[in-house]
Design a protein around this ligand. Structure first.
Ligand code: SF4
Length: 316
């Protein structure tokens, strides 16, 4: 590698509008209210973001029951079930909802489909917090989870003429299409979401990697192990025959990854901060030398506003 590495820096990458908004909500709450502030679940799936907020007085909990009376309670960007919302509403808590508006859109869709008498299938991954929140919009058993084309082949429905699907927002576009095509074959009048449930940020980051894979020997993805959209970026590269690795910190990169590699693509999942991208670039240049070039596939301009009462609140 005498000339060093060529680093192609993917754009768009990193923070999406929903993550930006969720972090801003917590930061604003820290300004307005006395810490500690309680957040149910990691506000976004990124170890650095969570650690930084923890140091500023945020306490992350798994359940509302762990939050003391009178405290500020924030729901994470992934959304919550009706049960969690009702439990919080029944307690003396100041609740702030940081659910991404694009997750809320899926929740509203579920309620509309239920009113219209559809049997609802959710394409997604079991145990993901967003899936728990979406499934929990309706009583148990009313939304059925489909995780793979194989499950789509075997799932039984009451009325094949009245089936609809929604999806988790951070899935692989290609795998979801495979599941949908099985469902469509089995249930020809299958109702699809009016607008894609897989969010713009997930789509843009995956499509950027698809455009990048023909130009690189290795894809580096900055993101945490529990970040769904980050894992999908690694999978997209590997499905196209390109080695790919997911890591939280530049120090986790291993020399063996770079054997025979001349061109590296660098991207970040929707919950990974830009300072980690820049630290990774510096780390690579210090270690291998070389050049950095932007690889711009799409531009993004979506932003979401803060909840009105929080935006207007004065520090107490
Ligand atoms: S990845 Fe998509 S759905 Fe999730 S927070 Fe970001 S914009 Fe919202």
């Amino acid at each position: 590698m005498s000339d060093g590495l060529k680093i192609l820096l993917a754009a768009p990458r990193g923070f999406c509008a929903g993550v930006d908004r969720a972090i801003e909500i917590v930061e604003r709450a820290l300004e307005v209210f006395e810490p500690p502030i309680y957040v149910r679940h990691e506000i976004v799936h990124n170890r650095h973001v969570v650690q930084r907020l923890r140091e500023q007085g945020v306490v992350f909990v798994d359940e509302v029951s762990e939050i003391p009376d009178g405290a500020v309670a924030i729901f994470s960007a992934h959304g919550v079930s009706k049960r969690v919302r009702a439990e919080a509403a029944g307690r003396p808590l100041r609740v702030i909802d940081a659910t991404c508006p694009l997750v809320t859109k899926v929740h509203l869709e579920v309620h509309r489909l239920e009113r219209e008498g559809y049997e609802i299938l959710l394409i997604g991954h079991a145990h993901h917090i967003e899936v728990e929140g979406t499934m929990g919009q309706l009583p148990p058993g009313r939304i059925r989870l489909v995780q793979s084309p194989a499950e789509a082949e075997t799932i039984e429905v009451r009325n094949p003429g009245r089936v609809a699907y929604v999806t988790q927002t951070t899935l692989s576009l290609d795998e979801t299409e495979q599941v949908v095509s099985v469902l469509r074959r089995r249930f020809p009048s299958l109702r699809h979401p009016a607008k894609d449930d897989i969010c713009y940020a997930t789509q843009n980051r995956q499509n950027t990697v698809k455009a990048l894979v023909g130009k690189i020997d290795l894809l580096l993805v900055i993101g945490s192990k529990n970040s769904s959209n980050s894992n999908r970026l690694v999978e997209v590269a590997r499905q196209h025959g390109v080695a790919a690795h997911l890591f939280d910190e530049p120090e986790e990169m291993q020399d063996a990854w770079f054997e025979g590699v001349r061109t590296v693509g660098l991207t970040a999942g929707a919950s990974a901060p830009e300072d980690l991208v820049q630290a990774t670039v510096k780390h690579l240049l210090d270690r291998f030398g070389g050049t950095v070039e932007p690889f711009v596939h799409t531009s993004e301009s979506i932003t979401f506003s803060l909840p009105r009462d929080l935006a207007a609140a004065e520090p107490g």
